[in-house]
Design a protein around this ligand. Structure first.
Ligand code: FAD
Length: 381
């Protein structure tokens, strides 16, 4: 396989986002964690730069950078702050993307364009009490009354659930599971308080309730009863973006750890002289290289229109587990300073953990991968 290279536009996007992250996100990342909030002026700057629609075609208000460009952007954002990457991911990669992948032209014009332009904030609402890993078991119901769908039920753990203008919501109808675009200003919609979390504390997560929420018939995403397929296809893309965010944090920690190992002296020499420290750096670098390779290979295949469900599960699984090891080694190399809030290492350590849980736990990714491996008699894709 030929080496994968970014286009000139994607390289320019990387430079632009990296400069932005260095100037505007890194200086406030600790405050975002402590305040459990991304400041409104930072969200405005993210909107102004067009980052809330980078992946979508220009005709839908996006930047036209595709999935590869989106991964480049999320990688850079997560070098500074995983909460901000999560906010963007829920809005763009799953919230708005469900409309892009499954919605009618009417829905794309009405909702995708303002979402991509950052005029609306979005989110994706699938999970419920009885439908976590078993997402097909969801109980939120939608029934038709005249020209409207009436939605009733509760969703848990919804990123941007309390702040979004528009949510892609999955509910059960007489025909199966269906997707709906729901404006959160509608009567009967409410969001609970933000959950108190271990990490990605600046990304807000809420329980949301639908009490006879009435949406117009045309807000159905795709066909009635076919919404679960839309949700699963959307999560394929979500898992690539999640992998890219893991890669960004991994690269940041590798650079921080190499620098620290050369500066910090013990026994009269920099700790980088010790083989034990070198081996951790070698393992971190090798995992980051493998992460980068599978993310961009898969994202390029996705942009080329190939089906990547198994590969996306592999990206999510490998990147999130590697990041777990990398954050642990970064803390170890930094010694006591790795445990202190003075440096961002401990924040990255806490933030990284969620990646093995959301967008489908890693056990579920293994089930998806194993099913496909068995179906293909082990032939490597
Ligand atoms: C911070 C955060 C943000 C989130 N954002 C969103 C969002 O924006 N939208 C949304 O819809 N959801 C969101 N989620 C929900 C998330 O996707 C679920 O938490 C996740 O899918 C796991 O579901 P659960 O928490 O119910 O765990 P459970 O399904 O109860 O799993 C508990 C444990 O059992 C294991 N397990 C379950 N079934 C199996 C099985 N068949 N085989 C092996 N092991 C199994 C799991 O892997 C896990 O280890 C978010 C969650 C969090 C924590």
């Amino acid at each position: 396989m030929a080496a994968f290279e970014l286009t000139e536009e994607q390289t320019m996007l990387r430079t632009m986002v990296r400069d932005f992250v260095n100037a505007e996100i890194k200086p406030v990342a600790r405050k975002i964690d402590e305040d459990e909030k991304i400041p409104a002026d930072l969200i405005q700057k993210i909107k102004d730069l067009g980052l809330l629609g980078a992946s979508f075609p220009a005709e839908y208000g996006g930047g036209g950078f595709g999935e590869v460009g989106y991964c480049v952007m999320q990688e850079e954002i997560a070098r500074g702050c995983m909460s901000t990457a999560t906010f963007i991911g829920a809005h763009q990669s799953i919230g708005a993307n469900a409309i892009y992948l499954g919605g009618s032209e009417f829905l794309k014009k009405k909702y995708l364009v303002p979402l991509a332009e950052g005029k609306y904030i979005g989110g994706f609402a699938l999970t419920e009490t009885l439908a976590g890993s078993d997402s097909f078991n969801l109980r939120t119901r939608a029934h038709k009354e005249g020209n409207e769908w009436v939605i009733n039920g509760e969703k848990l753990w919804i990123t941007n659930g309390g702040t979004a203008d528009v949510l892609s919501v999955f509910a059960r109808t007489d025909r199966g599971i269906s997707g709906f675009v729901v404006e959160t200003k509608l009567p009967g919609f409410s969001a609970g308080p933000a959950e108190k979390k271990m990490g990605i504390r600046g990304s807000t997560t809420n329980q949301i309730t639908f009490d006879n929420v009435r949406v117009p018939a045309e807000n159905l995403i795709g066909e009635d009863g076919r919404g679960f397929l839309v949700a699963m296809k959307t999560l394929d893309a979500g898992r690539l973006g999640l992998g890219a965010a893991c890669l960004g944090t991994a690269k940041e920690l590798l650079e921080m750890s190499a620098k620290y190992a050369k500066e910090r002296k013990q026994f009269d020499v920099p700790i980088s002289h010790f083989e034990a420290v070198q081996f951790m750096l070698a393992d971190m670098a090798t995992m980051a290289y493998a992460m980068e390779s599978i993310i961009y290979r898969t994202a390029a295949d996705y942009d080329a229109g190939k089906s990547i469900s198994r590969q996306a599960a592999q990206v999510k699984l490998y990147c999130s587990e590697s990041l777990g090891k990398i954050t642990d080694m970064a803390v170890q190399i930094h010694g006591g300073m790795g445990y202190s809030r003075e440096l961002p290492v401990e924040r990255f350590y806490r933030d990284a953990r969620i990646n093995r849980i959301f967008e489908g736990t890693n056990e579920i990714q293994r089930l998806v991968i194993a099913r496909d491996v068995l179906k293909r008699n082990g032939v490597l894709l």
